[in-house]
Design a protein around this ligand. Structure first.
Ligand code: UTP
Length: 307
């Protein structure tokens, strides 16, 4: 394969970018000291769900775009010698395995700094020196996707390897919500994929070309970096990933992908609550007790039926 065909088509995706340099203002005051990505669903931080999904998809190089306040994310993936020793001495083998398996062997974590929160597009551009000239994945950890079968990114990398095209995860949203999302206009779907013709950032319901919304999973060719470099600040003075993707789809095929699974927007209060409920109800040890707790809480508060 020539270098240029490597650059402009998706083959095996080994690297995943996790932009985690945002301010997380919607979770203040907690996010004054705890990065949003470290908020847990039960016992695992959001970033762990994202990392597990990337590893399942075959990624062995995880690139975290972070900022100087987010030491907790780097610390989480670092080896915790003292803790491991203490657990070992106490004979707490199960917990020891949990701590050791945060990153399996053969998977490396690389941290890149985004000095200023200049937008998601800018955050992805910060990963360029590590990604180089290969296709790569982007996962936004606050979009948690729950699925009993293969994770969303695995579904996407399998599908993208078949077509060689860049790919963006999409889901149907109620029309009145289009103003909160990037919305795509596509050709007809086959095998869960439809070629994107146009992308519009946060259109009002009457302007939206469809109700297919972009969610936080992307598989991209490295051509996106040149386009990001040429992208001027857009909405909110930020360099938007959507703008660079709009330029990309004029040059290359970019497919929308309807993944199997349920997505929770854990960047919002309700999304995090919903995800916690779902994971608790599906948890092999907690499920029954969680159901009872929820029923009791509703009864105690006098909620018999919701409108
Ligand atoms: P959000 O739009 O959710 O922003 O970013 P945020 O700052 O994290 O949260 P709020 O809106 O203030 O509550 C989407 C993703 O892009 C990353 C965020 O970390 C998040 O994963 N991001 C955003 C960056 O890494 N850098 C940026 O400059 C902006």
């Amino acid at each position: 394969m020539s270098p240029s065909s490597t650059q402009n088509s998706v083959s095996r995706v080994r690297k995943a970018v996790f932009p985690v340099a945002g301010l997380g203002t919607r979770f203040l005051p907690a996010t004054k000291t705890v990065p949003k990505e470290m908020l847990p669903i039960i016992d695992r931080p959001l970033i762990q769900y994202a990392v597990d999904e990337a590893i399942e998809a075959g990624c062995d190089t995880l690139v975290f775009v972070t900022n100087r306040y987010k030491h907790a994310v780097a610390d989480y993936f670092d080896k915790a010698y003292e803790l491991e020793q203490k657990l070992e001495r106490a004979g707490k083998h199960e917990q020891l395995e949990l701590v050791r398996n945060i990153l399996p062997e053969g998977v490396r974590a690389i941290f890149v700094t985004q000095a200023e929160a200049l937008g998601l597009g800018h955050a992805v551009l910060c990963a360029k020196p590590v990604i180089g000239n290969e296709p790569f994945a982007v996962i936004l950890p606050d979009d948690v996707i729950w699925n009993r079968g293969p994770g969303a990114l695995k579904q996407m990398t399998d599908a993208a390897a078949g077509t060689g095209a860049s790919m963006i995860a999409v889901q149907d949203v109620p029309r009145e919500k289009t103003g909160s999302y990037g919305i795509v206009a596509t050709e007809e779907f086959a095998d869960r994929q439809g070629r994107i013709r146009r992308m519009v950032e946060k259109p009002s319901p009457d302007q939206a070309p469809s109700t297919l919304a972009v969610v936080g999973r992307y598989v991209l060719t490295p051509r996106i970096f040149d386009l990001l470099e040429a992208t001027r600040p857009g909405a909110g003075g930020e360099i938007q990933l959507t703008d660079a993707i709009s330029a990309l789809l004029k040059e290359e095929t970019v497919n929308a992908f309807r993944f199997r699974g349920t997505r929770f927007d854990c960047g919002t209060h309700l999304g995090l609550i919903e995800a916690t409920i779902r994971y608790a109800l599906d948890h092999e040890k907690l499920s029954e007790a969680a159901q009872r707790l929820m029923q009791d809480a509703l009864k105690e508060l006098g909620v018999t039926e919701l409108e």
